[in-house]
Design a protein around this ligand. Structure first.
Ligand code: NDP
Ligand code: 2IT
Length: 448
């Protein structure tokens, strides 16, 4: 572990003891706090205003019961969360995750990361996150709708276009946003498009939002490669996951001349040496909602490896796009040994601290999630802009805006890393640049 500044270390220990058992939240705060020692030296006013202490304490945490009736008539109970972490720069903004592993520690790590990610976009959005331990896998459409409606029966009183604007994350896509928007509209009698993002294109959504996280992550890696006078052309790439982020990461890499040879789900991974057939993937995942093991029924030369380790596959660029802590120290070492020169995190916190250390020591181009995957939330903010204008932009215009935003985030992280004496370290660059933006706003807004 890198050494932490002494003052900051005290704050970190306080965070751990005030939030027992929330290991992912501890991991996310530790990683950010490790970067902040030199910032306090340059900005002593942040210490006096207790900015770090305040930033680590969510403004509001909501936990609620979600009772619903399944399609067999049985009553089910889940737990719902919304953590409204920081609103210094704008309304709370961040996704909702539906996955059985969701508990307060996961929602808080995601909400904490979201504060800095959103700040890096330069757009007026604060940080928040929510979700439920509901497992959408294998559920009928009716079950999904019942759950989403019950979830919104409580959530609606906490959100709004000027207050808190949720979107999707794992297990929450266009279908779920539709059911939740419908219920919000019914309860409030308001067609308030700015209350949720990731909406359908026919009812207030933005072109490119579906593609944005994956595309943005690839744009970020493209910038990192450019800084090393390199490109995606001809690169063998490994992508994990097979959901929203993975699919559009694969699409953009292929557009830029790279070849993606893997994808995965929680049961196993696909190796396709000819390059993943994206149309087939989209049919299986987006249209038919099937598992990726079915891919090899249609691509006979491809291999499905059940329970295997995807990071064993040699690649030059790795883009983890599934979930937190999916690359550990030994995976990172394997990637580096096999010739990986760039890692762009589509997922949130997919690399363990041991893995991060290995990437940084190897001096490969390592783009941490809060910078690399900011394109999703940035395009959500563009959706809010269009909603406020009662307008909708073209695909080309919106994608161009996204690309500019990713370029700016890259430059900001790159320059900040240099300014703070750690050139090439995008972890420090992202943590410091994101933190400073929020901290300055918090100082200006007073003790609130
Ligand atoms: P999806 O639900 O569309 O897809 C998730 C994918 O990751 C699935 O292939 C899923 O496999 C796999 N996965 C999820 N949990 C696990 C797990 N515990 N172990 C192994 N595999 C797992 O989600 P997204 O694509 O939207 O999200 C992927 C990542 O990107 C997440 O970390 C999310 O926080 C992050 N992200 C998403 C953004 C967005 O706009 N959607 C924006 C920024 C970041 P299975 O089907 O087997 O569960
Ligand atoms: O992690 C993320 O940035 C997201 N899931 C997207 C959040 C958003 O509000 O679009």
């Amino acid at each position: 572990m890198p050494r932490m500044d002494e003052k900051v270390e005290t704050i970190y220990h306080d965070v751990v003891s005030r939030n027992p058992g929330e290991t992912e939240f501890h991991q996310a705060t530790r990683e950010v706090l490790e970067s902040l020692g030199p910032v306090l030296v340059k900005h002593p006013e942040f210490t006096g205003h207790k900015i770090i202490e305040r930033i680590c304490e969510p403004e509001r945490q909501i936990i609620f019961r979600v009772p619903w009736r399944d399609d067999k008539g049985e009553v089910q109970i889940n737990r719902g969360f919304r953590v409204e972490f920081n609103s210094a720069l704008g309304p709370y903004k961040g996704g909702l995750r539906f996955h059985p592993s969701v508990y307060l520690g996961i929602v808080k790590f995601l909400g904490f990361e979201q504060i800095f990610k959103n700040a890096l976009t330069g757009l007026p959005i604060g940080g928040g996150k929510g979700g439920s331990d509901f497992d959408p896998k294998g559920k009928s459409n009716d079950d999904i709708m019942s759950f989403c409606q019950s979830f919104m029966n409580e959530l609606y009183r906490h959100i709004g276009q000027y207050t808190d604007v949720p979107a999707g994350d794992i297990g929450v896509g266009g279908r779920e946003i539709g059911f939740m928007f419908g219920q919000y509209k019914r309860i409030t009698n308001r067609w308030e498009s700015g209350v949720l993002t990731g909406k359908g294109l026919d009812w207030g959504g933005s072109l490119v939002r579906t593609e944005a996280t994956g595309y943005g992550a690839v744009f970020f890696v493209e910038e990192m490669l450019k800084a090393r006078k390199d490109t995606f052309e001809g690169k063998i790439c490994s992508v994990s996951g097979s959901g929203n982020v993975a699919i559009y990461t694969i699409e953009k890499i292929h557009q830029l001349g790279g070849k993606v040879v893997t994808c995965s789900d929680s049961n196993g991974y696909i190796y396709d040496e000819k390059g993943i057939d994206l149309q087939l993937m989209q049919q299986l995942k987006e249209v038919e909602r099937r598992r990726i093991k079915d891919y090899v029924q249609y691509r006979k030369h491809a291999k499905y490896v059940a329970k295997g380790n995807i990071w064993e596959v040699p690649c030059q660029v790795a883009m983890p796009s599934a979930t937190q802590n999916e690359i550990n120290g030994s995976d990172a070492a394997k990637l580096v040994k096999n010739g990986c020169i760039a890692v762009g995190e589509g997922a949130n916190m997919p690399t363990t601290p041991e893995g991060v250390k290995i990437f940084l020591e190897a001096q490969i181009a390592y783009g941490p999630g809060k910078a690399a995957n900011a394109g999703g939330v940035a395009t959500s903010a563009l959706e809010m802009q269009q909603n406020a204008q009662r307008d909708s932009w073209t695909f080309e215009h919106t994608e161009k805006r996204l690309q500019e935003i990713m370029k700016n985030i890259h430059e900001l992280c790159y320059e900040t890393a240099i300014e703070y004496g750690t050139p090439g370290n995008y972890v420090n660059g992202a943590n410091i640049a994101g933190f400073i933006r929020v901290a300055k706003a918090m100082v200006a807004l007073g003790v609130v």
